[in-house]
Design a protein around this ligand. Structure first.
Ligand code: 9MR
Length: 747
């Protein structure tokens, strides 16, 4: 359904496993060679090369003199076109390569030979002066007669020589089933349990009856023991599992392990320090997502980079952006804001819910009984603005708010007061690509009611939160919010086109009643005005059950309104009902958590995990946390705290989905600039970056080639090419920041 044009199918994860001596063997029965003249016995035809590369035969190989000083890998290449691939067929892609001097990456790929240059398989070996042999298997996601095999060798400062031989793409080979390495069968939160909090684990076992477990401290001493509870087959993973509750143990320290059924878990701590760190790391993530400003390496060592999209070539920039053809005849300065995810797009709907969740993280700290706003004070996030007397989380959120305000249609123009849905590239770009290197034209997409209401809701919320620090900004935000509200009422059903997904995501939403409700609620909470109160009270959304299995995300914003109406001081008639509705919602998440042997408050219908399921888990936990804030009942606090265990390792894949947290954590999230997996010179995602997580629909070809037929939790792979299971995104990290902040407060 979408995008990622040159990206798609690197099998770098199997590089080590699949790297074998290349046998010069003939094709076996049913196997068929797709590459012509791969051994260069008959000259260099039908191989092509880019005009800046000189190729010649040398000792029966093809050697290419690669110029220095090109910018991108694809700026210098050798390849062969018009190769046929059959969808679902497995191919062995192999070649021998050398490089003098060695150390330059060769992007070897199989992909579409014409625009939009889909990539179905890619690897980036770095051959040395002695010829190395490389061999990989992949399954084609398409039927085509227009595939190419290409070796992209550009991007080096210095010239070098690349030689190639025995290139083969053999069809009809047996598929290699993908087996994730899930480590020990005792599944724990690999980071930390709160000493006085719940402590649960899951054991994968064939045993039908209870088994003994032991808790060991760092010195290997047994400090607690007990019995597992058999739970039968877990629907979310298809595994037979037992649960383990070691919550009675109240010790502290690092290096604990849990032992059961002959297996020892990955180590974990009993303590709260990791959550103090995580709440800040999850928020520090936003600075390196900033657009329109250079990222300072002194503030984020290893992440310094030039400003993106400031109209400095090759960027065409965001300072003077036209609309898509026919949409408007003005241009806007829409610099700033955060890049949405691993792409360079900026989307008002997703920026809106993200800003709300960051502002709400802060607002909760100022209001809740266990809140500690001090933990998010000025100076906590290491920002250029640190030291200005404003809590850093507000400085960071303002970076996006200023962008959201710029997306508003100016006075005097058609649809004045509405907000453009999004700004992004005209075409999808490949990976890796620094923001400052993006050469694409940027375009404003049509205003929508949903975007307008996101602006109204977040600008209204900002008006009350920034008032103590910057009354002028608060007033400006409130004026914009009112204007947006009026414009949305006048244009209540201008929807985003679901097909508008070239060069950026569509973020379509067919029902904006929840956005109206949310904007009215935030305007009411900030102004107390009767018209907003009336809108809230008469909205059908006000009395609907808004806490379903997929409760809160960019398209489902009613829960944001309900949580704020329940917690931010106000005089809404019937407010007790509002608070009770939140507690009832929490009860359904609590029930889901109790039925799940992996203990997460998420049980999607038919076990179909949603795109970004990890943040759904976290947002459902936020509702549990809010029920605790409202009632003080421990069961809600414990359930919210326990939800973190799933995200940090107590799951079927035995992986922490947060970079840098846990012994084995996701670290190859899909991103154009945290693209270390593709280019060793680039950093990986910063510590505290949440991966999207299991997604049953596995829309990207890489995940399809590995995970087809996957059950629930297994629909995830930690590879940069898997944009549908493993992207990073601003809205997902916001849910992480909010729950981490709550958990840290419970220490
Ligand atoms: O998070 C979004 C998910 O809910 C949608 O189903 C999906 C397809 O429209 O898009 C996701 O958002 C992506 C956006 O379209 C473009 N930037 C990256 C976002 C995260 O994958």
């Amino acid at each position: 359904m979408k995008r990622r044009r040159t990206a798609l199918a690197a099998l770098t994860a199997v590089l080590a496993a699949a790297l074998t001596a290349l046998p010069a063997q003939p094709a076996g029965a049913g196997e068929s060679e797709q590459v012509r003249n791969g051994s260069f016995d008959t000259g260099t035809d039908p191989w092509w090369s880019t005009s800046n590369v000189t190729t010649a035969l040398a000792d029966g190989r093809l050697c290419a003199d690669v110029p220095g000083g090109t910018a991108e890998r694809w700026d210098a290449a050798v390849g062969q076109n018009d190769i046929a691939l059959a969808k679902g067929e497995t191919y062995r892609f192999s070649f021998a390569a050398s490089g003098v001097p060695g150390g330059y990456a060769v992007r070897a790929l199989v992909g579409l030979q014409t625009a939009p240059y889909d990539t179905w398989f890619e690897v980036s070996p770095q051959p040395g002066p002695d010829a190395g042999t490389y061999s990989y298997t992949f399954t084609s996601p398409v039927d085509t007669a227009q595939a190419q095999v290409a070796f992209q060798v550009g991007g080096s400062a210095e010239p070098w020589r690349f030689c190639l031989d025995d290139v083969s793409l053999l069809g009809g080979v047996p598929p290699v089933p993908y087996e994730p390495d899930t480590g020990p069968r005792v599944r724990v939160n690999q980071v930390a349990y709160l000493p006085a909090g719940p402590k649960n684990a899951t054991l994968v076992t064939d045993a039908a009856t209870r088994l003994p477990w032991l808790l060991r401290d760092a010195a290997g001493r047994t400090v607690a023991h007990g019995w597992t509870v058999p739970r039968g087959t877990d629907a979310s993973s298809g595994q037979n599992v037992h649960s383990i509750d070691f919550g009675a143990y109240r010790g502290r320290g690092g290096g604990f392990t849990l032992v059961a059924d002959g297996e020892t878990s990955r180590p974990f701590a009993l303590g709260a320090d990791a959550y103090e760190r995580l709440r800040l790391d999850a928020l520090k993530y936003y600075y390196t997502q900033r657009s329109g400003v250079a990222i300072r390496d002194d503030l984020r060592p290893g992440y310094g980079r030039a400003a993106g999209h400031l109209n400095t070539p090759p960027n065409q920039g965001d300072a003077n952006v036209p609309c898509q053809p026919g949409v408007c005849d003005y241009r806007l300065d829409v610099t700033g804001g955060w890049y949405d995810a691993g792409d360079h797009g900026k989307y008002v709907v997703n920026g809106g819910i993200t800003t709300w969740e960051l502002l709400s993280t802060y607002e909760r700290e100022t209001l809740a009984r266990t809140g500690r706003a001090h933990a998010l004070r000025d100076g906590t996030l290491g920002l250029p603005e640190s030291g200005n007397g404003v809590p850093d989380i507000l400085d960071e959120a303002r970076w996006e708010l200023e962008f959201l305000l710029r997306m508003q249609v100016p006075d005097g123009q058609p649809l004045a007061g509405m907000a453009h849905h999004k700004v992004h590239d005209e075409q999808w770009t490949g990976l890796p690509l620094l923001p400052s290197e993006d050469p694409q034209k940027r375009e404003l997409h049509p205003p929508t009611t949903a975007a307008t209401l996101n602006l109204a809701a977040t600008a209204a919320q900002a008006a009350r939160l920034y008032r103590p620090y910057d009354p002028a900004f608060a007033a400006r935000a409130l004026t914009a919010a009112r204007k947006a509200w009026t414009a949305a009422l006048a244009h209540p059903d201008v929807l985003a086109d679901p097909a508008d997904a070239t060069g950026g995501g569509a973020y379509p939403d067919t029902d904006v009643r929840d956005e109206f409700y949310w904007a009215a609620a935030e305007l009411y909470l900030t102004t107390g005005e009767g018209r907003f109160q009336t809108y809230v009270l008469t909205s059908p959304v006000h009395t609907a059950d808004v806490f379903g299995p997929l409760g809160l995300d960019w398209a489902r914003t009613a829960a944001a309104a309900r949580l704020d109406l329940a917690t931010v001081p106000n005089r809404l008639p019937g407010r007790d009902q509002v608070r009770r509705s939140v507690v009832r919602g929490a009860d359904t998440y609590l029930a889901a958590l109790r039925t799940q042997p992996y203990g997460m408050p998420y049980a999607p219908p038919d076990n179909l995990y949603d795109w970004g399921s990890n943040h759904q888990v976290l947002n459902n936990a936020v509702v549990l946390a809010t029920a605790y804030d409202l009632t003080g009942a421990d069961r809600y606090r414990d359930a919210a705290v326990q939800s973190m265990d799933y995200v940090l390792g107590r799951n079927a894949l035995n992986i922490s989905y947060v970079t840098g947290y846990g012994e084995v954590s996701a670290h190859n999230q899909h991103s154009r600039w945290y693209a270390h997996e593709l280019d060793p010179a680039l950093p990986g995602p910063p510590a505290g970056t949440l991966a999207g997580g299991p997604n049953s629909s596995i829309q990207d070809p890489y995940a399809q080639s590995k995970l087809t037929g996957c059950v629930g939790q297994f629909c995830y792979i930690d590879d940069i090419q898997s944009w549908s299971t493993n992207e990073t995104a601003i809205n997902w990290n916001a849910a992480l920041a909010r729950l981490a902040s709550f958990v840290a407060d419970q220490a």
